[in-house]
Ligand binder design. Structure first.
Ligand SMILES: [Zn+2]
Length: 358
């Protein structure tokens, strides 16, 4: 199986500002750890190219792209606030990030699995920046793939719902959108009864998790619903938004996932390795967890095993960041997830099973 990582130094040379939750150094840390743990080799590393305006115009409006290119605050496009700073370099970063997911898609369509560490901007709207996202590399890349294939699966396990991707594909049965996220947090969409409309009814699946849901709750959803649904849908390409902000220590959510479930999800999804696969990054606001979890997830989805250790240089940074675990994996722990959480999730899964047309 061919595989590769798409990454550029420019991903972490950009700085969103001192008080912004996104710390781009997380991508460098993840990339260095993946190399150190030997889950990628030198000939599996690809540089992204800049996406062209034509690539972006399949989704974004010309007016918005022009405003973004100016890199100046513009409230009409939600640019230049605390959430979406408009600072020099942002336009080029967006082109590069989208170019990275396009590259992953082109490579995957020839067979294999490719991970753009900088991608996953699932909140970016066609005419405005939203939730730290400016250009929707996911939609741009899915549209590229749809020139070659009919049926696309998009799976998103970021703690936040993929509102923009859902909106884009709400009325089609050709792109199945599946999202597992925390309920009641930004952007407040992604309810279980948002099932799609018209021809797209049943092709939009949301599993909102209550606070403190933990590994075994997500495993239940994967085994009972997500894996069987993927099998029945028979996608020709799979996109995965691998935000890791549902981890128990992430400052932007209140779920209670550990590295264990990310490793397990990778294992379960590796069953689909014959199908072209594109993975993007996503949320993750604890830089040590981003590096640990992307390394673990990449290893497991590509069928590689890794030892439970961390290199000295990584340990030193970890301790400064407040993580003192001995290895790359979390020590198993539980939130004490209550029966009410289990019942809530089971009811949602049962509701979806009754309402899905396939
Ligand atoms: Zn997120």
């Amino acid at each position: 199986m061919k595989k590769g990582i798409i990454v550029s130094e420019k991903y972490w040379q950009f700085d969103y500002g001192r008080n912004h939750p996104v710390r781009t150094i997380r991508i460098k840390l993840a990339f260095e750890l993946m190399k150190e743990m030997k889950v990628i080799s030198q000939d599996e590393i690809y540089e992204p190219e800049l996406a062209s305006p034509e690539d972006l115009l399949v989704f974004h409006t010309k007016e918005y792209l022009e405003a973004l290119r100016r890199e100046k605050p513009d409230p009409a496009f939600n640019l230049g606030n605390e959430e979406n700073p408009a600072i020099p370099g942002i336009f080029e970063l967006c082109l590069l990030t989208a170019g990275g997911t396009l590259k992953a898609t082109d490579l995957a369509l020839n067979g294999g699995i490719f991970f753009n560490l900088g991608g996953g901007m699932h909140h970016a709207k066609k005419d405005k920046a939203y939730g730290f996202c400016y250009v929707n590399d996911i939609i741009v890349a899915i549209e590229r793939a749809r020139k070659k294939v009919e049926k696309v699966l998009y799976l998103d396990f970021d703690a936040h719902h993929c509102d923009a991707v859902q909106e884009m594909y709400y009325e089609t049965d050709r792109v199945l959108v599946v999202s597992i996220h925390q309920e009641g947090i930004f952007p407040n969409t992604g309810k279980v009864d948002e099932l799609g409309s018209g021809k797209g009814y049943g092709y939009n699946i949301n599993i909102p998790l209550p606070r403190y849901a933990e590994d075994e709750d997500v495993l239940f959803v994967f085994e009972k619903l997500i894996i069987p649904v993927i099998k029945r849908f028979e996608p020709e390409i799979i996109f995965i938004q691998a935000g890791i902000d549902a981890h128990k220590d992430d400052p932007l959510s209140s779920l209670y996932l550990t590295t264990g479930i990310y490793e397990k999800m990778g294992e379960l999804l590796s069953e689909f390795n014959g199908i072209p696969m594109v993975i993007t990054g996503g949320g993750g606001y604890d830089i040590i967890n981003v590096a640990r979890i992307w390394t673990i997830f990449w290893a497991s989805i590509t069928g590689q095993t890794i030892e439970d250790w961390l290199p000295q240089w990584f340990m030193r940074i970890s301790i400064m960041e407040g993580y003192e675990g001995p290895g790359i994996r979390d020590i198993p722990s539980w939130s004490g997830s209550k029966n009410s959480i289990k019942r809530d999730i089971k009811e949602k899964v049962d509701f979806l099973k009754r309402n899905l047309p396939f």
